[in-house]
Design a protein around this ligand. Structure first.
Ligand code: G6P
Ligand code: MG
Length: 213
């Protein structure tokens, strides 16, 4: 049967992964919470509140649930400020060529992202009506490495999980794809992810035939 391709958003389609980092860093610096790029790598694909838990892991101060909600909100407000500057030029190299090529071949494409900001980002980059399905943080309970968001995308497309290929920059995302019974392509940060079925440093270096493996 016909394959479908499900794309992660942050760090795969668009460079917003750097704004997630900058927003967490700004919040952490203000609150004197230790945070760096090594910790940040573990946040890829992980929901907002679970990301905060990882950031606070080594903290001596104990935070109440209310305080945690406030910290996450503060980060999200900074993140949304950064998103104001996102335009189609922030689409990563090679992405539009692949997306248009897939459409020409009649292959279904979807977004599968843990982010609740997915609709805002797709609008900012002019792709809000481009995908056949969008599954995001607003419609799931469990974020990656749970396969829920990708299974939802497959269901929306009407494609069996075994016919789906997921493109991811997060280790949690590669794991989510595999545990959902899908193939996983690792790009960017996931170039070193040993579990991925196929790897490339950038979407620029992947052909449609390779994606449809
Ligand atoms: C994506 C990103 C994560 C982010 C998560 C939630 O998966 O890779 O870094 O924490 O979405 O994003 P949100 O916009 O809902 O805070
Ligand atoms: Mg990502």
């Amino acid at each position: 049967s016909k394959k479908a391709i499900i794309f992660d958003l942050d760090g795969v389609i668009v460079t917003t992964d750097q704004y997630h980092y900058k927003a967490w860093k700004k919040m952490a610096d203000e609150k004197k919470i230790n945070f760096d790029k090594t910790i940040n790598e573990r946040l890829r694909g992980v929901s907002r509140m679970e990301s905060l838990e990882i950031i606070l892991e080594k903290s001596e101060k104990k935070y109440s649930n209310l305080e945690k909600v406030e910290l996450a909100e503060r980060k999200n407000n900074y993140y949304k400020e950064f998103l104001q500057c996102v335009t189609p030029k922030d689409i990563l190299p090679g992405v539009l060529k692949i997306l248009h090529g897939l459409k020409e071949k009649g292959i279904k494409i979807a977004v599968g992202s843990s982010s609740k900001n997915t609709p805002i980002i797709l609008e900012r980059i002019g792709l809000e009506r481009f995908f056949d399905a969008v599954a995001d943080g607003n419609s799931i309970k469990n974020s990656k490495p749970d396969p829920e968001v990708f299974l939802l995308a497959a269901k929306m497309l009407g494609t069996k999980p075994e016919d789906c290929v997921v493109v991811e920059d997060a280790e949690a995302g590669v794991e989510a794809a595999l545990s959902g019974g899908m193939k996983a392509v690792g790009v960017g940060s996931a170039t070193n992810c040993s579990k991925a079925d196929y790897k490339a440093s950038s979407m620029e270096f992947i052909s449609i035939d390779e994606l449809l493996m």
